[in-house]
Design a protein around this ligand. Structure first.
Ligand SMILES: [Zn+2]
Length: 436
């Protein structure tokens, strides 16, 4: 399975670079910033920054916990519908708007994730301090969502028609255990028509994500007989067992190069202070720049869990509980919650050229970055994809103290617009994108 995955990635990387070599010269996008239609669209964005700021707050106030994005989705459907666009909601829950281009068989997908990491019931009180707006999810990813809506309007107002078909989507399942199911569904829908993917995620304009960080999310549950804390002392305790395992696992050495990380992000179990619990569970996030390191880390995790359980059973024997008997057992369930394959955008990708051209014309400097985003999945199968911020500044992502500062967001919006136009091509310039 794992070997197949690695081979698959190597093969798709080879395909991607061959494809790029063939299209390199022909598909290099021309500067679009000076085109009067692009100027009109940029003007629209500049004049409507107040609208963007207000809508961003409104979006944030609609909760979108993992697997429960539908309320926010219907609001995005409304926001996207008003631009003469046909908007639908697909089976996965993605909100999808299509702007057909002359080349209907070539699709550029611009997508922003709807979901937040915050569970249902998290209070969302939007608070302002100076230019900063504080609220969970305000940056990640209300910034991307409002930029998507603004992009639809700016293109509509400037009456821009593109060569490639533009698909604008607010997708589900990017965070946590969503396992990229939204973008997976979009890839299924558009199949081999899907040429380029631009994910709008977060705020900053100083980077472009061109490498997908491989990650695995795993839940480990340990179960045992349970019992009374005093009367049954010695019966193996799943919390004790997991604690022993965790102590081992967090001491595992991970390399700096390729950068590899782990996090035990959730722990639960037990029913009362004076009961030996019958179940305890942890959720673990493993990430690496190299798939092979992830394999090693996952193996180390399994080993640590087994060793911790063995140690707890040995302690239980020492305390007089017959091992293997009805009270001397522990069981473990190892469940993979999500797998994000890694992938790389070829340096010579026309999509990267379009982004760089946008940066050049806006006087923006950005560096290449590796991250775990909606772009992972297309990158893992050789579809050219990037993830970029949509402007402004943000901090505290995935925490209750998250904030967003819209100062200077215009730059990010123009960068998104020009990148999209650069790769989708405008109607009047057919000869410039003939990369067949
Ligand atoms: Zn995000």
């Amino acid at each position: 399975m794992k070997l197949l995955l690695v081979c698959g990635i190597l093969m798709t990387m080879a395909t991607a670079s061959a494809q790029t070599a063939a299209t390199r010269n022909a598909a290099t996008p021309e500067p679009v910033a000076q085109d009067p239609r692009a100027v009109r669209a940029q003007d629209w964005l500049t004049k409507n920054l107040g609208w963007l700021n207000d809508e961003q707050v409104r979006i944030t106030e609609i909760p979108a916990p993992p697997f429960r994005e539908s309320l926010r989705a219907s609001y995005l459907r409304k926001l996207l519908s008003c631009c003469g666009l046909r908007v639908r909601t697909d089976e996965a829950g993605n909100v999808v708007a299509e702007r057909p281009g002359e080349k209907g068989n070539e699709v550029v997908l611009v997508t922003a994730h709807l979901d937040t990491v915050f569970p249902a019931g998290t209070p969302i009180n939007v608070r302002r301090e100076g230019t900063r707006i504080f609220a969970p999810g305000i940056g990640d990813n209300s910034t991307g969502l409002v930029a998507l809506a603004a992009l639809a309007r700016a293109l509509g107002e400037a009456k821009i028609k593109t060569q490639r078909t533009l698909v604008l989507a607010a997708d589900v399942g990017e965070e946590g255990e969503g396992n990229l199911r939204g973008v997976r569904k979009l890839m299924d829908t558009y199949g081999n028509r899907l040429r380029y993917v631009i994910a709008l995620d977060g705020a900053s304009t100083d980077h472009v994500t061109t490498s997908g960080l491989a990650s695995r999310r795993i839940e480990i549950a340990v179960t045992g007989p349970g019992g009374h804390s005093w009367a049954d002392f010695g019966v193996p305790n799943p919390i004790h067992a997991l604690s022993r395992s965790i102590t081992r696992f967090v001491n595992v050495h991970v390399p700096e190069q390729p950068r590899t990380t782990f996090n035990i992000g959730e722990i639960e179990g037990g029913t009362s202070v004076n009961s030996i619990p019958s179940r305890a569970a942890i959720k673990v996030d493993l990430r690496s720049e190299a798939e092979a390191e992830l394999d090693r880390l996952e193996a180390a995790l399994r080993e640590a869990i087994e060793a911790g359980m063995a140690e707890e059973l040995a302690a239980s024997r020492d305390r007089g509980v017959a091992s293997g008997g009805p009270n001397g057992k522990l069981e473990m369930k190892f469940r993979v919650l999500g797998v994000r394959p890694g992938g790389e955008l070829p340096e010579s990708s026309p999509l990267l050229a379009a982004l760089r051209e946008a940066d050049r014309s806006l006087g923006n400097r950005s560096r290449l970055e590796r991250s775990s985003t909606d772009a992972n999945l297309p990158l893992s199968v050789g579809i050219h994809a990037i993830s970029i911020g949509a402007g402004g500044h943000a901090g505290g992502a995935h925490s209750l103290g998250e904030w967003y500062d819209p100062s200077g967001r215009e730059l990010g919006l123009h960068r998104v617009l020009l990148t999209v136009l650069g790769i989708a091509g405008m109607e009047a310039l057919p000869e410039k994108l003939s990369d067949k």
